[in-house]
Design a protein around this ligand. Structure first.
Ligand SMILES: [Zn+2]
Length: 269
């Protein structure tokens, strides 16, 4: 069974949280209701979200959460809800992150296969910039997240190695020059492609992702609470994964294992 909530609703939901317009081609009312309710409870009638940290781990499927729930304890404990989500086809990184940050299907945003052109359509980053917010993307060079949202008036912290993203994110939070942090880590995806989706060393990557999420959220939350900001935290993965016939990890298909994912959402308190 495929999940009913679709990735296209992520950008309109975050836009609504900040009180800004959704990306131009998206459907502004395609909102994740539980997240909207959580934010209005937290912010009250006269406030909106002012800071957000969106953590983007690669390829962490819903079935991994179901089968290895303990590994997600630090994610669960830092958020208020886990929402079952469905990603789009083909279930590969640039296609799925393009949908997440534009709020539209691949046929509309234009990335319909594994390629990494700069997106010309309106994105959440464009909406944030136009509304005076400062977004940043923190990702290693060559990955989709470091390429497809380029050419905007914003900062990109591009690391030489994926191991360096976490430290770069902590450092950026130290100075806290931004309002919106999109932090990408592709460690699970890159290990499972070679070793298989349930190899010990692959599953260890989920522990690392959960630990990094915990430390990033704790740092941002304490800083932002001290300064009186209303803040949003989310774990937003792009697609799932499964093993191919020779036991290597893969994705891109319309199997439930590839399309069903889970996103976690939380606030500053
Ligand atoms: Zn991916």
């Amino acid at each position: 069974m495929l999940n009913s909530y679709i990735n296209t609703s992520v950008a309109p939901t975050i836009s609504r949280a900040f009180g800004i317009e959704a990306p131009k081609l998206s459907v502004p009312d395609e909102i994740l209701k539980p997240v909207e309710n959580m934010i209005s409870d937290y912010c009250g009638a006269n406030r909106k979200i002012e800071k957000a940290l969106i953590y983007n781990p690669d390829a962490v499927a819903l079935w991994l959460y179901q089968k290895y729930t303990d590994k997600f304890a630090k994610v669960i404990n830092n958020t208020r809800m886990a929402l079952p989500m469905r990603t789009v086809m083909p279930s590969v990184t640039p296609v799925c992150f393009a949908t997440i940050y534009t709020g539209v299907m691949p046929s509309v945003h234009g990335i319909q296969r594994y390629e990494k052109p700069v997106l010309k359509v309106d994105t959440l980053f464009d909406r944030l910039i136009e509304n005076g917010k400062k977004p940043v993307i923190i990702a290693p060079k060559e990955c989709s997240m470091s390429k497809i949202f380029k050419e905007r008036e914003m900062d990109y912290i591009i690391t030489n190695d994926s191991d360096l993203c976490f430290d770069a994110a902590l450092e950026a939070l130290n100075d806290d020059r931004y309002d919106f942090y999109a932090i990408y880590e592709g460690n699970y995806d890159s290990v499972m492609h070679g070793e298989g989706v349930e190899a010990e060393i692959s599953l260890k990557q989920i522990d690392i992702n959960a630990d990094h999420f915990d430390r990033l959220v704790k740092k941002a939350r304490s800083k932002w609470n001290k300064e009186g900001y209303k803040s949003l935290f989310a774990w937003i993965t792009d697609h799932g994964c499964h093993n191919d016939e020779i036991g290597r990890g893969t994705h891109g298909s319309d199997l439930e294992e590839d399309l069903n994912i889970v996103h976690f959402w939380g606030t500053g308190d």
